[in-house]
Ligand binder design. Structure first.
Ligand code: NAP
Ligand code: GDD
Length: 348
């Protein structure tokens, strides 16, 4: 039986990846962080599918603590390690830049050195969750492995450090390290402080509970290449086990603005939006009731914005046969319907 250790298993991708690996017959070990309220980080997985929670062998560890990473490797004796653990919020990385660097950059070095300290570098294959944020605002229509990196945030800078260290250690010590550069991917399990889920939850709360308060957002005109997280974890598994190169891009090769995502999400419940005003004074108005349902709050602006991302996934398609299947319209529909279901479940 193949053994996989997942760091970041309680996050969106970790939950889907654990589900996928369990379905493939792996023994899955999951890292959880010590917490005074353990239910908080486990709730997402338990509500989605309690069987996943029950089937994982849990180990307490933290990317800030090298000794705990060594211990987690000793306990799990993994064939595969997936490092999905991160402070993954770009806007918040400007609030906690040192912490973001410690976890997202140095944390990966701690993990690699834990593997080396146990002389396991020839036995373990390691996946690192790299990101399209590393490209920054490039001048190309599609970002691919020839596009220069130009990180715009502490988050992206830390991820690029980890990415480069992954390449260094693979070359220096002959370690099998695979770097998946994933573009944005969303799902009903997405954290509620990322823009897509923040929107779909607000749509559901307005539709089910009649919440009247306007949704406050930041920049509506940035464009992202949004795919479905459940499909992206399958790409991670292929990259780690079948990938012959160090780096792969996972994306949909299409892009949409936050504004367009929002309009599509509200249209699922029959709400059309018209726009008035400019900049921080712009508002989104419900065309049928005249209510202001969207406002701009500059707090959600970033000190440095990434305006456009659109990834070229041709390499993973040709080499590993992976390609995206779910369209953005389908993804929006399934996220809104999931949030409507959850909102109805809270009515007693
Ligand atoms: P997520 O939902 O924010 O999950 C992050 C995970 O990392 C959680 O399990 C979290 O645990 C864990 N974590 C945080 N700090 C940690 C620490 N100090 N030690 C160990 N674990 C820690 O993120 P996601 O969307 O699933 O993304 C997974 C990975 O892919 C992240 O590294 C992210 O940066 C990267 N990525 C994501 C996307 C995307 O669009 N989703 C795109 C490219 C790359 P708690 O539950 O305890 O907080
Ligand atoms: N979070 C958030 N909240 N973003 C907003 C808001 C808001 O209220 N209003 C507008 N936005 C804009 C952001 O400025 C950004 O341009 C876009 O919506 C997407 O923001 P997020 O959903 O926070 O995602 P992200 O693109 O910054 O980062 C995600 O994708 C990266 C891959 O490209 C995260 O998952 C990262 O961890 C990941 O690496």
């Amino acid at each position: 039986m193949k053994r996989a250790l997942i760091i970041g298993v309680t996050g969106q991708d970790g939950i889907y990846l654990a589900e996928h690996l369990l379905e493939l017959g792996y023994k899955v070990y999951g890292v959880r962080r010590p917490s005074t309220i353990p239910e908080a980080s486990q709730r997402r997985m338990k509500e989605y599918n309690n069987d996943i929670f029950e089937q994982i062998t849990w180990i307490y560890a933290d990317l800030a603590d090298g000794s705990s990473l060594r211990r987690s490797i000793e306990i799990s004796q993994p064939d595969y390690i997936y490092n999905l653990g991160a402070q993954s919020h770009v806007r918040l990385s400007f609030e906690v830049p040192e912490y973001t660097a410690d976890i997202n950059a140095v944390g990966f070095v701690r993990l690699l050195d834990a593997v080396r300290a146990l002389h396991a570098e020839k036995n373990v294959s390691i996946y690192q969750a790299s990101t399209s944020e590393m490209f920054g605002n490039s001048s190309t229509k599609y970002q691919n492995l020839s596009t220069p990196f130009n990180p715009l945030s502490p988050y992206a800078s830390a991820k690029l450090y980890a990415h480069n260290v992954g390449l260094n250690y693979a070359k220096s010590y002959g370690m099998k390290i695979r770097l998946g550069i994933l573009f944005n991917h969303e799902s009903p399990l997405r954290g509620t402080n990322f823009v897509t889920r923040k929107i779909t939850r607000a749509v559901a709360n307005r539709s089910v509970h009649g919440v009247k308060k306007a949704l406050k957002l930041g920049n509506l005109d940035s464009r992202r290449d949004w795919g479905y997280a459940k499909e992206y974890v399958q790409a991670m598994n292929l990259i780690l086990e079948k990938g012959v190169e160090s780096e792969y891009i996972v994306a949909t090769k299409s892009h949409e603005s936050v504004r367009s995502f929002l309009e599509k999400a509200y249209s699922v419940v029959g709400i059309n939006i018209s726009w008035e005003g400019k900049g921080v004074d712009e508002v989104g108005i419900c065309s049928s009731t005249g209510d202001v349902i969207i406002k701009i709050d500059p707090w959600f602006y970033r000190p440095n914005e990434l305006d456009y991302l659109c990834g070229d996934f041709s390499k993973i398609k040709h080499e590993l046969g992976w390609e995206p299947k779910t369209t953005l319209n389908e993804l929006i529909e399934l996220m809104v319907q999931s949030d409507i279901y959850k909102a109805k479940a809270t009515i007693v």
